[in-house]
Design a protein around this ligand. Structure first.
Ligand SMILES: *Cc1c(COP(=O)(O)O)cnc(C)c1O
Length: 652
């Protein structure tokens, strides 16, 4: 569910208004609300990524990085990753748990694991592994492929590998070999049927497994995934199956292998109260299993640590009503409260935070290709003498819009406009009159919207006016490839220009992607007042690119994307920010070429080239083109195959 708020008048913005300040841009786009201090706006009006490197806070302008990318031949759209921002997130999570553990005099450690499914990109995984070693940060794997990633990329034997998901004997053998090599690799039982396979493999190979059980907490969490939580969760063991598994382990003299309890409430939990209830329930199961004689020792609380995409610090779906420190303190405190009275030793706390670890470090950058301007074309000085009476009425309304009567003018305008359109359908109004009528209506609505922006009063029936008048900014990106959750679950991400922020943004806008699919648009924007259907953007300048950024896209977006309209993977660049404020391009990946995406859907581009060649040769034979022209056409065809799937500016 998206929370709809009555549209509050946005900050008044006049492009020629020299009083516009960077502080107003910060507020309008909520940078300080969602940015976790990783983003800011420079005095030059450019969006900067900022990071503490040593004792210095270093800032790098995103526009500067784009220029650097362009100079290296890396075109828009591009994903930009900031390598040490990712490090900072791993650090923040581990340090926050460390503080909570000290504050509550907790007698054990925290061990984080990164759930690979949240961002499987090799560079992300390698960076978490490298940097995470100092905290023994491990991986959570939900499939064989992810286990293979963990087994090859994890450098530190003290780190955990937690295997969730359905496990066949191949999966289990791999995990057992990891055990034999001394890795702390746990199988978490999701269903009772997994146990016989594990017991069989273990006996056959003579390797004892480390086992965990995933419970199905009855806590129903708030937020987008609440349908999947509680009793109806498709994951985890029912209490009856849990008891059954304990019995089976006892029968096989394997109960000593059961050392971990796993509890995942769902992703993006906006409400801290749900976290508390979930931990409490997990602790009850934990102490119950100890009572049954299992050694236990680790309590894995899964993911769920949210990201405040909205920046409202609320319990809305795309927000969170707590901070990282509070999350850790709540977990540690709840465990103490529950286990201490029973005299149960504190377990190692494990969490599988994915979203909160990777969301901040990636952003999608793209240029705007075009704007469908919704402004009326300039009206004539006087109405043509032969204009239809209804058009005349509209003309008169347009002369009299004031702060006092704008609502009435709005109603009149729509009434006359609809009449004009009706008569046009019946052939009683000419094309010229219809066009003029529509145009005058737009002029009236613009005036009404201007009044609406400065009035203090609420006009609920005019709520969707900014939406009606909004320009459409066409961005060089595919929503389906790069922001699939916007399409799939109405996810809200911060979106804003990354330069010209010292100028007043003067247009209400929605953003459409290059697929021109009617679903390929961004029309939910978060700000301090909640979700709005339009945002404010700047008019394009002749001969100058206008760049937008979509932020906090590091979690889930990169691999959920699809090939709608055959727009492929975007370019990706990773930079590392240095202590002196400079930055290095540490990695770059070129996105899919057209030949790449065609091969994904089983085309053979060699055959296609041959087919095109035959077509061109026939045209030569029929005298339609010359042989020289054929050569030119073949060259263009091959260049297209090798080209980027997105809009490329011609090089001159
Ligand atoms: C998806 C998932 C996670 C990650 O959750 P976040 O909310 O992204 O931290 C962790 N554990 C399990 C079992 C998951 O399925």
């Amino acid at each position: 569910m998206v929370h709809q708020f009555p549209s509050e008048p946005p900050v008044v913005a006049n492009p020629h208004d020299s009083s516009w300040s960077i502080a107003q841009s910060l507020e309008l786009y909520g940078v300080r609300d969602w940015g976790e201090n990783y983003f800011d706006i420079s005095p030059a009006g450019e969006m900067v990524a900022q990071l503490k490197v040593g004792s210095q806070t270093c800032q790098v302008a995103l526009l500067d990085i784009i220029e650097g990318m362009k100079a290296r031949g890396i075109e828009m759209p591009s994903i930009l990753r900031i390598e040490n921002l990712l490090d900072d997130r791993v650090k923040a999570l581990n340090e926050a748990f460390k503080r909570a553990i000290a504050d509550y005099n907790y007698q054990n450690d925290y061990r984080g694991v990164f759930p690979i499914k949240v961002n499987q990109q090799c560079h992300v995984i390698e960076e978490i592994s490298d940097f995470g070693t100092r905290y023994h940060h491990g991986f959570e794997a939900g499939s064989k492929a992810e286990l293979i990633i963990a087994l090859s990329k994890l450098k530190d034997d003290q780190s955990l590998i937690i295997c969730n998901g359905y496990k066949d004997s191949e999966f289990i053998e791999l995990g057992l070999y990891a055990r034999e090599m001394g890795l702390k690799c746990f199988f978490v039982l999701e269903t009772p049927s997994e146990l016989p396979t594990i017991l069989e493999c273990s006996e056959r190979l003579g390797i004892e497994p480390l086992l965990g059980v995933r419970i199905r907490p009855s806590v129903v969490v708030d937020g987008h995934w609440n349908q999947d939580s509680g009793d109806r969760s498709i994951f985890g063991l029912s209490t009856a199956s849990l008891v059954q598994i304990v019995e089976q382990l006892k029968q096989h003299q394997m109960l000593h292998c059961l050392q971990l309890l796993h509890c995942h409430l769902g992703s993006q939990i906006p409400n801290i109260r749900n976290v508390r209830s979930g931990v409490l329930e997990a602790c009850r199961f934990y102490s119950g299993l100890i009572e049954e004689g299992a050694p236990m020792g680790l309590l894995d609380l899964g993911g769920g640590l949210a990201v405040d995409y909205e920046g409202t610090r609320s319990n809305h779906d795309h927000s969170m009503n707590y901070q990282l420190d509070e999350y850790c303190a709540n977990i540690v405190e709840t465990i103490c409260e529950c286990l201490d009275p029973q005299g149960i030793a504190h377990p190692v706390i494990v969490s599988e935070s994915g979203r909160s670890t990777v969301a901040y470090s990636s952003m999608l950058l793209f240029n705007v290709l075009d704007v469908r301007d919704h402004r009326p074309v300039p009206l004539p000085d006087a109405l043509p003498g032969n204009s239809h009476e209804l058009v005349r009425n509209l003309w008169e309304v347009n002369q009299v819009v004031t702060a006092k009567n704008f609502q009435e003018c709005y109603n009149d305008a729509l009434f006359y406009r609809d009449e004009v359109r009706e008569l046009f359908r019946r052939g009683q109004v000419s094309l010229g009159d219809r066009a003029l009528g529509d145009n005058i209506t737009l002029a009236i609505l613009e005036k009404v919207a201007a009044e609406l922006r400065v009035t203090k009063k609420q006009y609920p029936e005019l709520d969707n006016l900014p939406e009606i008048l909004a320009d459409t900014y066409y961005g060089n990106f595919s929503l389906f490839q790069s922001l699939p959750d916007v399409w799939a679950i109405d996810q809200v991400f911060p979106v804003m220009p990354i330069h010209r922020l010292q100028e007043a943004p003067n247009r209400d806008a929605v953003i459409a992607d290059i697929t021109c699919d009617c679903d390929g648009k961004i029309d939910h924007f978060a700000n301090a007042n909640g979700i709005r259907r339009t945002t404010r953007l700047h008019s394009l300048k002749e001969g100058e690119e206008y760049y937008l950024g979509v932020f906090l896209v590091g979690a889930y977006q990169e691999t959920l994307g699809d090939l709608h309209n055959l727009f492929g993977d975007t370019n990706v660049v990773s930079v590392h920010i240095n202590a002196d404020g400079s930055y290095d391009f540490v990695r770059e990946f070129h996105g899919d070429s057209i030949a790449d995406v065609l091969s994904y859907v089983e085309y053979d581009t060699k055959i296609m080239t041959e087919e095109f060649r035959q077509r061109a040769e026939n045209a030569v034979k029929n005298g339609k083109i010359t042989a020289a022209k054929r050569k030119q056409m073949m060259k263009a065809f091959k260049a297209s195959l090798d080209g980027y799937t997105y809009f490329e500016k011609e090089e001159h």
